[in-house]
Write a protein that binds this ligand. Structure first.
Ligand code: SF4
Ligand code: SF4
Length: 318
């Protein structure tokens, strides 16, 4: 198993080893090879036209769990997004996504060195958002980039003017804390000199948060941010586990298994999520007293299927 960052993105390099199936929540849910990286690669190697394959990529939740497992170091997520770009989407859907920008200028611009980019779930939970900002002693970015995150999700081209408007106030920052893992991954490419970390890492680094972790907790890592920085974070969470002895949603040599499995329509809020089977699978066989999540979507998904208390990291602080 490779701990290297994915280096290239050609389906012709896929050896057909099937290792990606072992960690893929879409494979676990559908048992349909056509919906997996292995299936995409084999079909394209056999000359299936890309538009047909692009439709199959809509079920991918972009959890990135297949990235560290691929022995060919294929950037499977980038390949899936490339295929999605070739999709014929319904008239106006991509334009509607780009008009979904939530609040580009409702907050005053500040001269901070660190800012938080919350995701839509965190924006919808003002109490936890406010607690998060207090704990980290930082401000929220005036432009949350919600439309940029949605455009990344659907592989929609972002107008250059809008992109530069979003990036301009971020360029002077020393550090950005990002709640949405796909946006975090792309921001690292856009702003390579800036320190960019996920919200889970930022909160779990706080002493008044981590000292309240217990041995009988299940700590659920947000998989996108984790896999986007796998080589470093695998060591970070190993240390957390050694110190606090809690269980993690890590499987198969420390791949973070997602608690939700959402296709593109569900991710974009255009269809109801159906996470129960995946969430129950993550809980299966565990003896735990409490669930601690980095991501608010996971909090709702666990609360819907069990009576075990579920807390967001920000709620752990004393
Ligand atoms: S990103 Fe996740 S859902 Fe998509 S192919 Fe990889 S493991 Fe499966
Ligand atoms: S793990 Fe990589 S090489 Fe193996 S089948 Fe999946 S995409 Fe192909």
């Amino acid at each position: 198993m490779s701990a290297l960052h994915p280096t290239h993105g050609k389906y012709s390099d896929c050896s057909g080893c099937s290792l990606c199936l072992l960690v893929c929540p879409v494979w676990r849910e559908h048992r349909d090879l056509c919906l997996t990286p292995h299936g995409h690669a084999k079909a394209l190697q056999q000359g299936i036209i890309t538009e047909e394959m692009a439709t199959n990529t809509l079920s991918c939740s972009l959890c990135m769990a297949c990235l560290p497992v691929c022995p060919e170091n294929l950037d499977i997520v980038e390949m899936i997004l490339n295929l999605r770009r070739q999709l014929k989407v319904p008239d106006g859907q991509r334009e509607r996504l780009l008009s979904m920008n939530s609040t580009p200028t409702t907050l005053p611009l500040t001269s901070c060195s660190t800012l938080l980019l919350p995701d839509l779930a965190l924006q919808a939970a003002p109490r936890i958002l406010s607690r998060t900002l207090d704990l980290l002693q930082i401000r929220q970015a005036a432009d949350d980039g919600a439309d940029i995150a949605l455009a990344l999700e659907s592989a929609t081209t972002i107008p250059e003017l809008r992109l530069q408007q979003f990036l301009a106030p971020l360029r002077s920052l020393k550090k950005i804390i990002v709640a949405e893992g796909l946006l975090l991954r792309q921001l690292r490419r856009w702003l390579p000199a800036t320190k960019i970390i996920g919200l889970g890492e930022a909160l779990s680094s706080q002493e008044n948060v981590r000292r309240n972790l217990r041995a009988n907790d299940l700590y659920v890592i947000e998989p996108r941010a984790y896999h986007a920085d796998y080589s470093r974070l695998v060591k970070y969470y190993d240390r957390l586990r050694t110190i606090h002895h809690c269980a993690f949603n890590l499987d198969l040599q420390r791949i973070a298994i997602p608690a939700t499995v959402r296709n593109l329509q569900q991710r974009l809020g255009l269809a109801e999520p159906d996470d129960a089977a995946q969430t129950r699978w993550v809980l299966q066989g565990r003896q735990i007293d409490r669930i601690v999540v980095e991501n608010l979507e996971d909090r709702a998904a666990f609360a819907a299927v069990c009576d075990i208390p579920v807390l967001h990291l920000a709620e752990l602080a004393t």
